[in-house]
Design a protein. Structure first.
Length: 323
């Protein structure tokens, strides 16, 4: 049976707040409060997105630290964190601290970001957008070495370290989830993705695939791991999915469209087929049927985002699905 994770609305609370006092109230109610509610409903994990400038939101790792203190056992994940936007020593220090404070509950979804807003984000941070993949590769090598707690020497294209040491590591080395979004994995993985899966991957976390594409992509992931001596049984097959439960599929997609118009203001409106391709929208039975199709395709862990204004209502509707 697949597990369910809930994506906390760290961007939604910012978009829905006109002043600091409103944001403070929403942060307590809609971040730590909803995390506690999701845990009580049977969700096995809670997740947060990441951005500095492109999509203003609460800091991902700081948020998970607070959520970890407010919950008992749910795993704490990033979907996804963007290491190329920071120095890897800082990321290693923050993630090791988070994992220690939470008792080994951290799951490290990583990526580079894509889109005009992300390109502007890199430019404002004086970072090379076109080389963000290579910067990520160096960051992953440094972060995982620093997690040992031992001194690290490194001489790369972007970073140079001489005996750098954070002095401790995470309670348990967090599984690193490799996302995909910009290509059809059924047609194969580009070389950088294959390398990250083999060297660092503890899970696969794609978005925007229908069940047949997911199944074909998972077959490729399994082959890549086996061909490189990795045991696929130790690898988490995850999927990031948008879900809206409503009286009809049309009403659910309309709700999601309003959400996306605010969340992604620079994007052109998408047709209904786009929504059906990336998520589950409609009545509870419609959603269950779609989730079952993904589970049959091999999904072991869903990261569920509700692109809807009323998160509590969606959680209530979804509670019987989780249980």
């Amino acid at each position: 049976m697949a597990g369910f994770g809930y994506l906390l609305p760290t961007r939604g609370v910012v978009l829905g707040s006109d002043d600091r006092s409103t944001l403070a109230a929403k942060t307590q109610a809609d971040i730590t409060g909803l995390a506690q509610r999701a845990e009580s409903m049977g969700f096995t994990s809670v997740w947060v997105g990441d951005s500095i400038l492109a999509k203003p939101r609460l800091h991902s790792l700081a948020t998970l630290s607070a959520v970890g203190a407010a919950t008992d056992g749910v795993d704490l994940g990033t979907a996804v964190h963007l290491p190329p936007l920071r120095h890897p020593v800082t990321v290693a220090h923050q993630t090791a601290t988070l994992d220690q404070l939470s008792g080994g509950r951290f799951r490290f979804g990583i990526g580079v970001g894509i889109g005009d807003d992300v390109e502007a984000e890199y430019a404002n941070l004086d970072l090379p957008y076109g080389r963000r993949g290579r910067r990520l590769d160096e960051a992953l090598e440094i972060i995982t070495q620093l997690w040992s707690g031992e001194p690290v020497d490194f001489d790369g294209e972007f970073f140079s370290l001489d005996g750098a040491r954070i002095g401790f590591g995470p309670a348990v080395d967090p599984p690193i989830y490799i996302p995909t979004a910009a290509f059809d994995p059924a047609e194969g993985f580009p070389a950088p993705f294959r390398r990250r899966l083999v060297e660092y991957g503890g899970g696969w976390l794609p978005i925007g695939l229908d069940p047949p594409q997911y199944a074909a992509g998972l077959d490729r992931v399994t082959s890549i791991l086996e061909d490189n001596g990795r045991d696929p049984a130790t690898f988490d097959a995850a999927y990031y999915i948008d879900v809206v439960v409503d009286d009809t599929a049309e009403a659910a997609i309309q709700e999601a469209r309003r959400f996306h118009d605010q969340y992604y203001p620079a994007r052109d409106p998408e047709p209904d087929e786009w929504y059906h391709h990336r998520g589950a929208f409609g009545t509870k039975s419609d959603v269950v049927e779609e989730l079952d199709a993904y589970a049959d395709a091999g999904v072991e862990q869903f990261v569920v985002r509700f692109p809807a204004a009323d998160q509590r209502a969606q959680l209530r509707q979804f509670a019987s699905i989780v249980n």
